[in-house]
Design a protein around this ligand. Sequence first.
Ligand code: AMP
Ligand code: ZN
Length: 481
Amino acid sequence: MKLSLHNTLGRKLQEFVPLKPGVVGMYCCGPTVYHYAHIGNLRTYVNEDFLRRILEYAGYEVNHVVNITDVGHLTSDSDDGDDKMEKGAAREGRTVWEIADHYTQAFFKDWERLNLKQPTHWPKATDFIPQQIALVQELDKRGYVYRTEDGLYFDTEKFSRYGHFAGLRMDKLMAGVRVDLGDKKNPTDFALWKFSPKDKKRAMEWDSPWGTGFPGWHAECSAMSTALIGRTLDIHCGGTDHIRVHHTNEIAQSECAHDGEPFARYWVHNEFLKTEDSGKMSKSSGEFLTLQVLIDKGYEALDYRYFCATAHYRKFLTFSWENIASARDAHRAFRRRVKALLDAWNAVRQGETDAASDLTDAQKNWQGQFEDALGQDVNIPKALGVAQSLCRDGNLTEAERGRLLADWDRVLGLELALELPDPPSAEVDADEAARIDALVAARTVARESKNWPEADRIRKELADLKVVVTDTPTGPVWKKG
Ligand code: AMP
Ligand code: ZN
């Protein structure tokens, strides 16, 4: 199976060839555990899970690392602001260690509920302090480090390729600077080690050759990926927000400490989940949706996984209650169709003998379409479309279709053999039903008269009422989710 990936390095589609045949070292930037992961963060992990599963489906052994950031991440991605962990501790009246433990456990729970495969390693930044110090020492030895009042900084001017990855123009950046640089030489320079304040003991601090303090946020990913995968990673993943600062700085640190050896060969960046109104979902604003909120509203975690599967990882996905409700309906309908086919396959299969027997030509054709979709830059929505079409292909027996779907679920990860509880049907009293009927009728009128602002207003009002309208040949049908 051929696999091509869109590589942020060079911004083009490339055939994937690992450094060592048969094995893939894959590093994914993980959560900062000062709060719950929001469903935007989780979209990124779901997409990374699809990639991991495709690699395994294609026969690779994957050394998958997801880090847990439990120190060093300040409220701005550069080096200012409060420490996110300390902020979490102050918010909840707990210690930073309790905060880290609580939100790491909550994150693991979400991970499991979404049926994400366990990484090979879950390193915590606080468990890799000596490796981060060693990295800074290597950089210091090579002359990339300077010292200020509050810490050690990487001198980005010394790395001639700095910013190439993100397409940053250094001259423009310099010209645009209005902020006070403090003791920093260049606006892009970043902290490798921050000193603890002289008059205060920090909850998280360590000794170092330069004084007591804590590592800069970017150092952990460079240090832990080298320790657990090697100097050159096959694939490095994260959200698109990381391209400009975090990943640019990881490249600078790793390549300068390793005498120019490339840090990662393929960079895979996931586009954001956004909302209809503010467009942003951010942990720092405190306004975000968690998986638990969806579950409390009667969704299954796998409904959310399916929702993620409906959009390509490099495209924005818009969350609204209307969109998630439609995804749930489509997901449940798909499961019902697949269940009958899986049952037919299970009824005829004779253990492993059948499972290993040759595919028919028609099956091979479908298999080819499915693999092509996976191979084209992880096109999961297309692969899901192939699975949907296969369900309807009456030229294959139910068992023949079921066999393929059972196998494809290794990539989709929807646990298609599981029976999910029915979604709760919302109670609607007669008054509310009449109001919704009137809105749906007004929606039809607005659409027929091409009054789009009005149609849009009504759509929003219906969405607020958690009503989903489906247009059928006999007219619109509504359901309250
Ligand atoms: P954080 O816990 O904030 O460090 O982020 C964890 C992961 O989620 C990173 O890979 C981010 O790039 C990614 N991320 C953050 N916000 C979103 C969003 N709204 N949609 C998708 N991914 C996101
Ligand atoms: Zn990282």
